[in-house]
Ligand binder design. Structure first.
Ligand SMILES: [Mg+2]
Length: 162
């Protein structure tokens, strides 16, 4: 099912190194907006910095793949000390392909974390990697965003991993 995430967490910060090890995930492809910080916010929250620190010290390899433009992604990724692919055009798969190459891992050992079914989850499934859906840090308020979120609900389990 192309729109179904493999795993669901409330937020990225809830994903633990233990969970990843158990599921043989050695690298994470991270969405940026509404996954690591609020939309177009240039600053990562302390919680994201702490989580990324935990991931790095556990040996989990990280790579950002964002649909946003280089001027947005470059300084943000720099603050986190993570390499990135910008203008990823998710759900197309070439951004993931490039990211997996940069990670130097086999795709069976990579999962992608993101807050949107129709970009992050669909793109991961098209690429054939596991997806970890997280709920958006700050739900968007525009009409079409709300419509989209309603449709997304159909693909989400009632009880995310907490
Ligand atoms: Mg996002």
């Amino acid at each position: 099912m192309l729109f179904k995430p493999t795993y669901v967490f409330d937020k990225a910060g809830d994903i633990t190194p233990g969970f990843l090890k158990k599921h043989n995930i050695k690298g994470l492809i991270l969405d940026l907006d509404n996954t690591l910080t609020t939309h177009n916010n240039p600053a990562p929250p302390q919680s994201s910095l702490d989580w990324i620190g935990r991931m790095k010290s556990s040996g989990i390899k990280l790579m950002i793949v964002s649909n946003n433009h280089a001027p947005r992604v470059t300084p943000f990724a720099g603050q986190l000390g993570i390499d990135f692919v910008s203008e990823g055009k998710k759900p197309l798969t070439f951004g993931y392909t490039k990211a997996i190459e940069k990670l130097g891992l086999e795709k069976k050992n990579v999962a992608a974390v993101g807050d949107q079914i129709f970009t992050d989850v669909l793109g991961s499934n098209l690429k054939g990697i596991r997806s970890i859906f997280v709920f958006p840090i700050e739900p968007e308020t525009g009409f079409w965003f709300r419509v989209k979120r309603k449709i997304e609900k159909a693909f989400l389990p009632e009880n995310p991993i907490r």
